[in-house]
Design a protein around this ligand. Structure first.
Ligand SMILES: [Ca+2]
Ligand SMILES: [Ca+2]
Length: 144
């Protein structure tokens, strides 16, 4: 008797697991592309299949609870025109009086991996590609 009950329990746990996964996917639904926010396309993991990055227009909160950083969505190219959604964790400052950003993907240091260049008002930063969709911030403007 015990084995079937355990089987049912495991099936239940598996369904709950899938449900939790779906809820997580739904959480990303607030990060849909929006009018007036830029996107850029380019390969970021060296497989020659371009990724898509877009500015979600949704701000990320800092430790003080202020919404002060643009959230970028990465669509990792899984080939066959399918993409995996992944939020990037970059610091791109939000300005209440307008924070329009432009994005470019180019290998700025010729290390073989494309980097992300972000330009805004009094702001220009190279996010150096460190692999695995992690980036090192190299701020050009504002100058120190
Ligand atoms: Ca790629
Ligand atoms: Ca590079």
């Amino acid at each position: 008797m015990k084995k079937p009950i355990l089987g049912i329990f495991l099936l239940g746990a598996s369904i709950i697991g899938n449900y939790a996964h779906n809820v997580k996917a739904n959480d990303l639904s607030i990060y849909k592309p929006r009018e007036g926010y830029q996107m850029v396309v380019g390969d970021l993991n060296g497989d020659n299949f371009p990724e898509i990055i877009y500015d979600t227009g949704v701000m990320k909160k800092n430790q003080d609870g202020e919404e002060n950083t643009h959230r970028l969505m990465l669509l990792k190219n899984l080939k066959n025109n399918t993409f995996e959604k992944k939020l990037l964790n970059l610091n791109i400052p939000y300005h209440p009086m307008g924070s329009f950003y432009e994005y470019e993907i180019m290998d700025m240091d010729l290390d073989g991996f494309n980097d992300l260049v972000v330009k805004g008002k009094n702001y220009l930063t190279i996010f150096k590609n460190k692999g695995d969709f992690k980036f090192e911030e190299i701020q050009i403007y504002p100058e120190e």
